[in-house]
Design a protein around this ligand. Structure first.
Ligand code: SF4
Length: 454
């Protein structure tokens, strides 16, 4: 009997990676991927609870699966990810139609849990956090880019964050395993890899493995890889060696995502971020000095408990002086287990919304200005595929992680497929993307020269 599995992935790239592994494990049990949950025999939702909204989204999805299950009683409903890890057994009480609950540490045990559910007829539960190793190499990937997990968990315990409580302690993957996966990917035609972890800057410290900059050098030496990215970095662990890597390693893309969260030292201390706004700005200047056209993006949380108008002004001042190339901002929300949830002096929702709008308006104006300033330049783009805008357009990213859309000239369709590196003359900068015109192939640049411009 054909068995079909539908996977719904919510949240971060770490969840996307885990969903890929669960898809491979279900395939090994004979489940084929199914886009439509109404046609599936098994539905798995991989959940996120970084904010209240994300958590609610998981439960409303489960509510919809309950309706389907009333019509298809054999449907197996599985819940994975951070909501599972945080709530575990309580999910079975709130959603008694759920069949399998597996935490962030139990990904590789999914087949055993599904078999247990089928054999016993009783719900299967596993929120044991620690799992040995990082599991088998993921199955084949399609497309020119891929994420490679280099570590899991986090030891930073920022006071607003649930991650350390649902993803466990930092654990780094042996460099040989990472390199084995990168080589397999290169052999599959992947030319850009993104090294993934909650805080990649502290890679290998606990296990006495090589440092993160040393790991970057090893990945840099892999044939077939032309671009390297990484996410996410904690500013306190951004070392001079890592900053120097941006001027030393040609394949390392000119972009870093470096969440700052607030411009007020008083709030940074209450968040347990372990750096000051000035220290952050010094590292920002050092990064921009290390690499021409270096793009820096960041995250902010507005409305942290106790955040005064004066604190928020400091955040706005920093946004204007730092002039980020991209910015994500979020309203603070209490998270289970996170110490900040026990703080008084909560900022009213209306005020949080006002601050969120203000910071996004200010940041987007700067980002558009910087994108517009790129008009007239030539940027190298890794084509990712057809643009959603129009049929004869394609899209891709620069080394600075900017999205570029461009028209595909007649007769060049084959050359401009996903995976091609092309030089694009930028004609216009928009709020969150660039528009340009393709130049004749490569403009004579060598592959490693195609990674330097913004
Ligand atoms: S560094 Fe802080 S914000 Fe990031 S995952 Fe760890 S605890 Fe959470």
């Amino acid at each position: 009997m054909r068995k079909r599995a539908h996977i719904n992935t919510m949240g971060c790239q770490m969840n996307v990676q885990d969903s890929g592994r669960m898809r491979d494990l279900l395939a090994s049990m004979g489940y084929e991927p199914e886009e439509n949950p109404h046609k599936a025999d098994l539905v798995l939702v991989n959940t996120c609870m970084i904010r209240e909204k994300a958590e609610e989204k998981a439960f409303s999805f489960l509510g919809r699966m309950a309706k389907i299950k009333r019509r298809r009683p054999h449907l197996l409903v599985c819940v994975a990810g951070c909501v599972s890890q945080a709530h575990g057994k309580a999910i079975l009480k709130r959603a008694p139609y759920v069949d399998v609950v597996l935490g962030t540490g139990a990904v590789t045990r999914l087949p055993k849990l599904v078999e247990q559910r089928i054999a016993t007829g009783l719900p299967a539960l596993d929120t044991e956090m620690d799992q040995p190793g990082f599991g088998p190499l993921p199955g084949p990937r399609t497309g020119p880019t891929a994420f490679v997990t280099i570590m899991t968990g986090c030891d930073n315990f920022c006071s607003y964050c649930v991650v350390p409580h649902v993803r466990g302690r930092e654990k780094s993957r042996p460099p040989d395993d990472v390199l084995a996966e990168v080589r397999v990917l290169a052999a599959q035609g992947v030319s850009e890899v993104t090294l993934l972890g909650q805080n990649v800057n502290s890679y290998g410290k606990k296990e006495g493995l090589c440092t993160f900059p040393e790991l970057l050098e090893k990945v840099h030496a892999v044939d077939g890889i032309r671009r390297i990215r990484f996410v996410t970095s904690h500013p306190k662990d951004l070392s001079p060696e890592l900053i120097n890597a941006f001027s030393g390693l040609d394949k390392l893309c000119g972009h870093i995502h470096l969440p700052i969260q607030s411009g007020s030292d008083r709030i940074l201390a209450a968040m347990n971020r372990k750096y000051t706004a000035d220290a952050y700005m010094d590292k920002l200047s050092a990064l921009r000095a290390a690499r021409a056209g270096m793009a820096v993006t960041t995250d902010f949380i507005v409305g942290f408990p106790g955040e005064t108008e004066r604190d928020f002004e400091k955040t706005m001042d920093l946004v204007c002086s730092a002039r980020f190339d991209g910015l994500f901002a979020f309203k603070y929300s209490d998270r289970p287990h996170a110490p900040a949830s026990r703080l008084d002096d909560k900022v009213p929702e209306k005020e949080k919304a006002r601050r969120l709008a203000a910071i996004l308006d200010a940041a987007n104006a700067i980002i558009q200005e910087k994108n517009q300033a790129l008009a007239g330049s030539v940027l190298t783009v890794l084509v990712e595929g057809a643009s959603k805008q129009a049929g004869n357009q394609a899209t891709g990213r620069t080394s600075g992680n900017r999205v570029v859309n461009f028209e595909v000239p007649k007769g060049m369709e084959n050359q401009l497929k996903a995976g091609a590196y092309v030089d694009v003359a930028i004609e216009k900068g928009h709020a969150h993307s660039l528009w340009g015109r393709v130049l004749p192939s490569g403009g004579g640049k060598k592959p490693w020269e195609m990674c330097h411009a913004a």
